[in-house]
Design a protein around this ligand. Sequence first.
Ligand SMILES: [Zn+2]
Length: 356
Amino acid sequence: MLTIDAHLDLSMNALEWNRDLRQPVAQLRQREAGMTDKPDRAKGTVSLPELRRGNIGLVVATQIARYVAPDNPLPGWHSPEQAWAQTQGQRAWYNAMEDAGEMVQIRDLAGLEKHLTRWQDGNPNDQKPVGYILSLEGADSLRTPADVETAYNYGLRAIGPAHYGPGRYAQGTDASGGVGPAGQALLQEMERLNIILDATHLCDDSFWEALDYFGGPVWASHNNCRALVNHNRQFSDEQLKELIARDAVIGGPLDAWMMVPGWVRGQSTPEGTNCTLSVMIDHLDHICQLAGNARHIGIGSDLDGAFGKEQSPTDLETIADLQKIPDLLRQRGYTEADVANVMHGNWLRFLRRVWA
Ligand SMILES: [Zn+2]
C-alpha cells in the first residue's frame, strides 16, 4: 500500500553518517562493519531502494542543524551562520539526488498529484524517484526570520521551531520556557508564507504559546503519547486534543525509547522490552480514542534519526517493513478506509487542504 513517512533525516545520514543512500541497506551495513563512532553503525534501516521496496513513495525529509550557546552541553554549531551553512549543504545533497533521478521535491499541489499518479500507475517502483517534502527540524539555523522566505523559495514547507534543548526561536525536548519575541516573529513569517508548523519537540510552554500565536496549519510529524510513555518528549492528552481540534495529523515514530516505558539508553533492548510494531499501534490507537476517529494519525517513523536496529521494533529489519502495519491495523479492527488513511490518506488530506 502506498505509504507516506512524515519524518526522515535523509540528508543528515548522507552527510554526517556518510551513507550513500542510493545503496541497499545491506551494503550500507557492510561498509560500516567495525565502525564504532556512532551507536547505529552497521545497523541502519533506511535507504532509497528500501523506501521503494516498501512502497514509501513520499517522505517528509529534514534539514537539521543546532546552534549551541557556550553553556549548552548538547552537540551543535557555535553560530547560527555555521548552522545555516550546514543546512545548505544538506539541501545540496537533496538537489544532487534530484539530479541523479533518485528523488523529486514536492512543493505544491500540482507536483503532489503528479507524483501520486506516478506512484500509483501499477508499474514497479524501481525507477520511480522518491518524493520528498522539505522540512526543517529545529529552526536555529535560520539566521533571522527573513531566511524563512529564502527557504520557502527553495521548497521548505514545514518548520519545527525546536529540537532537543534550548533553541533560538523555541524551547525543545527537556527544556522549558516559551517562544518569546524571536519565536513569534518566526511564526508570523511562517504563517504569512503558509508554512506548516511542526509541533514535534516543542516543550510544553513553547507548545501552548506557539499554538496560541500561530494561525496557520499545524502537524506533529513524529510524536507519541505521554499517557503510554511518560516523558516530556511525548504529548499529553490535552496537547493531542488541541492538535486534533486544529485538524492536525500526528505521525507515529518507531524509536524504541519513545514507544515503550522505562527505556534506558545503551542498556534496554527491543527484545528485552518487547518493542514491536504493534506497540506503535497502541500509540496511534490512543490518539484515535481521543479523536473518536482514525483521521488524525499517520506514520512519521524517524527510523534514521541517529538510531538503527538496536533501537527499533524487533519485527522491523528495514523501513520496507512498514508494509506490515496495514495487517496490524486490520487485526485491531480498523476498516480498509481507516488503514488507507493511516498509511497515506490523512497526510494527503492535510496537504491538499493546506496547499489548495
Ligand atoms: Zn526528532
